[in-house]
Design a protein around this ligand. Sequence first.
Ligand code: GDP
Ligand code: GDP
Length: 435
Amino acid sequence: MIPVIALVGRPNVGKSTLFNRLTRSRDALVANYPGLTRDRKYGEGTMDNRRFIVIDTGGISGEEEGIDSMMAGQSLQAIEEADIVLFIVDSRAGLDHADYTIAKHLRVNNKKTFLVANKIDGMDPDIALAPFYELGLGEIFATTATHGRGVKSMMEDILGEIPENLEDEQAEVASGIKIAVVGRPNVGKSTLVNRLLGEDRVVVYDEPGTTRDSVYINYERHDKPYTLIDTAGVRRRKNMDLMVEKFSIVKTMQAINDANVVILVMDASEGVVEQDLHLMGTAIEAGRALVIALNKWDGLDDSHKQYVKSELERRLRFVDFADIHFISAMHGTGVGHLYKSIENAYRSATDKFSTNYLTRVLQDAVREHQPPIVSGRRIKLRYAHPGGHNPPIIVIHGNQTSEVPGHYVKYLEKTYRRVLDLHGTPIRIEFRTSD
Ligand code: GDP
Ligand code: GDP
């Protein structure tokens, strides 16, 4: 399971700067649901092929009152959600009494914690770090978040401490295609999960596998095995901890990462909202096959339906590979049809192709439409081979491949998608230069 790292510390020590550096260009998911967090920010990062979730928090000043205490509450929740806490201090400002308060909390909290002395630029590390040993948190990493100094080696050390088997925790729990049902609160996830499991000819195995955050429900439909990753907490509510947050971004992100196919549920009566797009972006970044379900299609009048459809056309261009279903989880309308898209997307995401075939498609594509000339030389793309599946990765070898323009990558992607008949999954094209 993808590990979760929380950034905590006083305001202004450099948490957001570090967050941005770790998550790079990715859009952050901001938890701003009613009754939930005010400003925890969630992003995903990758380092040496290991993915992780980062949570940024408002900051703890140690003298919280009113709205500030709510923000501190967010930090405390982020700590709860995390596998690892990075406690950031400001090496220029030195030790502050709030740092003691935070350190005390972290010591009793029993979470794996690392102390990070940021803003080390222009400082003598020995002198700057000395006071912070007093916090009793062991080794200190020195960083300059603004320039990235010390960040990579720190992350390598930290990720090295996370057991790899955290990632396969539930591999044995699942059987068949792993389907995650995700979406904002109240879009109808629980209703859909119940509907999927309540269908005719669906046999649900007795014992759901549980991980820290989600429930894995194994079932058979028409004698085919599936595993539903239930982020909505349908099963949990019956027999497990009632205090568990019903909706959590970490849970959602982890389910997306662990699934083969993601069903993104949206509420048609509300149209497409920003948070839906962020969740979609997260699924695409993770390379997951995707099926979109516009729920609550019942009860919309024709003009509203027309409006929603035009919104989809306008705002979902970046996921034009995904099937869209208009469903009513409540009445069951359209729910069975989801399986055709799930099967198709899974097949596309996991199909195997030979080097010969991928190379032939490449050569035909290049013949049809040559890559451009850069610095007096034409970019040459020579051969292609498979680089992985779910998502399908196509590795292309050639000269000057770092110069291949975005529109040409799109062209190749489109060609592969058409010729290989790939639906419902993102495709990754990677280049290797051989000159
Ligand atoms: P946060 O409130 O903890 O999220 O802090 P920010 O990330 O917003 O940073 C607060 C200020 O410190 C900003 O002006 C940053 O540019 C600056 N800052 C962050 N990291 C560094 C650093 O490593 N060195 C220096 N000199 N300034 C930094
Ligand atoms: P979740 O928070 O995403 O799990 O959403 P729920 O499944 O709890 O549903 C939220 C609300 O939407 C409930 O009141 C449901 O009865 C209602 N709802 C769910 N699906 C549909 C649907 O297809 N049509 C309509 N009209 N209401 C629905």
